[in-house]
Design a protein around this ligand. Structure first.
Ligand code: NAD
Length: 486
């Protein structure tokens, strides 16, 4: 097997990165581009042996990294961010070839955000703390001790963005990590290993194991020396990981799927509401936070649907490397079949396709809007993870809230309303980790991020990330001479 592949003009090492060395596997798997189905690379296919080696490397590197002064760790994270910025164009081009998301988003939004993730958590480390407090003269001091080797498992829809969001706080806190990227988008994780090594991160602090979930992933999460597992992906995989973690009660962070609502009230700015709704086709609908259920007040539903269909029909679907493209391909033929299955079953059950409802050419799915769907139907209850939206109507605020909360998920919710009091009332009743009012996808790393119900366990962002990646400790110290007088 060759050690490298050239993707979008960039040489990418196709082996694992373990203990500061490139390591091959006897077996490989083929990574394809969703843009044209072309084989991009033969990637090392890790299993138990590579998982063991990576956790051993992370365990060996842990004491020295945990003892490295915070400021030095922060400086190294800033150096990684510098490396990401220096190679931003390459990272963007490789990510687009690998997962099919828009090149312009990778260049202008996603990759700058990757660098920002490292900088943010490096800086947050400086302020991490809790004021000491006193109990009958005894001083209470709270500290955040690094937990040990962490396993980070990420999905394909935003590979480097999600990996860096976990890596940055885990490393800043003084942990060592093993990252397993998704098998449908493994490439930028390998470039990041190069960047981290160039930045001077000591061997074994960051390890990357490539491979399939059922092989490399399951071996990593079951490893007895792992102290934290952070997972972003689907609910069924989360159940398997939680079962593996249960044996040793390894703490878990789970960022999972969603079926989030966009509630459009009659008092909303309808143009804004239509904008928000059409925006849900971003990344061909492969966004965990996407508001895929449009819930529209009956009195404006007809007008909303007309304007939505007009706007959505103008979206350009095609090659994600083109500046004019709005919607790219679906990640994989298997995902495309899954999406089509959901839509065909919905149509068979009586839904109407106001827009789309079928596959496009190649690995593209036509942006779709379905009406006439029942709340308890599969298309309303299950995450499709493609450019497929449903539209339901309501007449009262109570009905809107019931529909919005009427799934097993609770990742996010978006409201379009011109009435601030209504916004506050409804927000208070919604089951969601994030609520956006008259906006969407405004994200700040200081804010908690995560899902309610089956959309996840725990929160990431700011101190919440450090709380997860650390063993938080309280030290109680008696006043001097306390024993003599006590
Ligand atoms: P997935 O669950 O199929 O895979 C995610 C990762 O888990 C991959 O790296 C995979 O190799 C690994 N994996 C699979 N089986 C495993 C096992 N038994 N043990 C350990 N690891 C295993 O998810 P996906 O299809 O890659 O991603 C899409 C899903 O991710 C959607 O449900 C989406 O909503 C969710 N997602 C959630 C967020 C969030 O922040 N809440 C963000 C992005 C994506």
């Amino acid at each position: 097997m060759p050690d490298h592949s050239t993707v979008a003009g960039v040489p990418v090492d196709t082996r694992h990165w373990i203990g500061g060395r490139r390591v091959a596997s006897a077996a490989t798997f083929t990574d394809h581009s969703p843009i044209d189905g072309r084989a991009l690379a033969e990637i090392a296919r890790g299993g138990q042996a590579e998982a063991d080696a990576a956790v051993a490397a992370a365990t060996a590197a842990f004491p020295a990294w945990a003892a490295t002064p915070r400021t030095d760790r922060a400086d190294l994270l800033h150096a990684i961010a510098d490396g990401v910025e220096a190679r931003l164009e390459e990272l963007a081009a490789v990510e687009t070839a690998d997962n099919g998301a828009l090149l312009r988003s990778h260049r202008r939004g996603v990759m700058p955000r990757v660098a920002h993730n490292f900088r943010f958590f490096a800086d947050w480390l400086r302020t991490l703390g809790h004021p000491d407090f006193d109990t009958r003269g005894h001083r209470n001091r709270v500290s955040w001790d690094p937990a040990g080797p962490c396993v980070l498992i990420t999905p394909w829809n935003a590979p480097l963005m999600l990996a860096s969001w976990k890596l940055a706080p885990a490393l800043a806190a003084g942990n060592t990590v093993v990252l397993k990227p998704a098998e449908w988008s493994p490439l930028t994780a390998s470039l990041l290993a190069d960047i981290a090594a160039d930045a001077g991160l000591p061997p074994g602090v960051l390890n990357v194991v490539q491979g399939l979930g059922a092989e490399a992933g399951s071996a990593l999460v079951a490893h007895p020396d792992v102290r934290r597992i952070s997972f972003t992906g689907s609910v069924p995989t989360a159940r398997r990981i939680a079962a593996a973690a249960a044996d040793r009660l390894t703490p878990l962070s789970l960022e999972l799927g969603g079926k989030s609502p966009l509630l459009v009230f009659a008092d909303a700015d309808l143009d804004l509401a239509v904008d928000l709704a059409v925006g849900q086709y971003d990344n061909a609908g492969q966004v965990c936070l996407a508001a895929t259920r449009l819930l529209v007040e009956s009195s404006v539903a007809e007008e909303f649907t007309r304007r939505f269909a007009e706007r959505a029909a103008a979206l350009v679907q095609g090659d994600p490397r083109e500046e004019a493209t709005d919607i790219g391909p679906t990640i994989h033929e298997r995902q495309l079949e899954k999406i089509d299955g959901f839509v065909r079953r919905a149509l068979d059950a009586g839904a109407t396709a106001v827009l789309g409802g079928h596959r496009g050419d190649g690995q593209y799915y036509a942006p779709t809007l379905l009406t006439g769907v029942a709340q308890d139907s599969e298309i309303v209850q299950e995450e499709v993870f493609g450019p497929v939206l449903t539209l339901q109507t309501f007449t009262t605020e109570d009905e809107a809230v019931a529909l919005a909360n009427g799934t097993r998920f609770g990742l996010a919710a978006t409201l379009a309303t011109g009435d601030p009091e209504r916004a506050e009332r409804v927000t208070g009743r919604l089951s969601a980790g994030t609520v956006w009012v008259n906006c969407f996808f405004v994200r700040d790393l200081r804010a908690p991020f995560g899902g309610s119900r089956q959309s996840g366990v725990g929160r990431e962002g700011g101190t919440w990330s450090f709380d997860f990646y650390c063993d938080v400790k309280n030290t109680v110290t008696a006043p001097k001479g306390w024993h003599d007088h006590g």
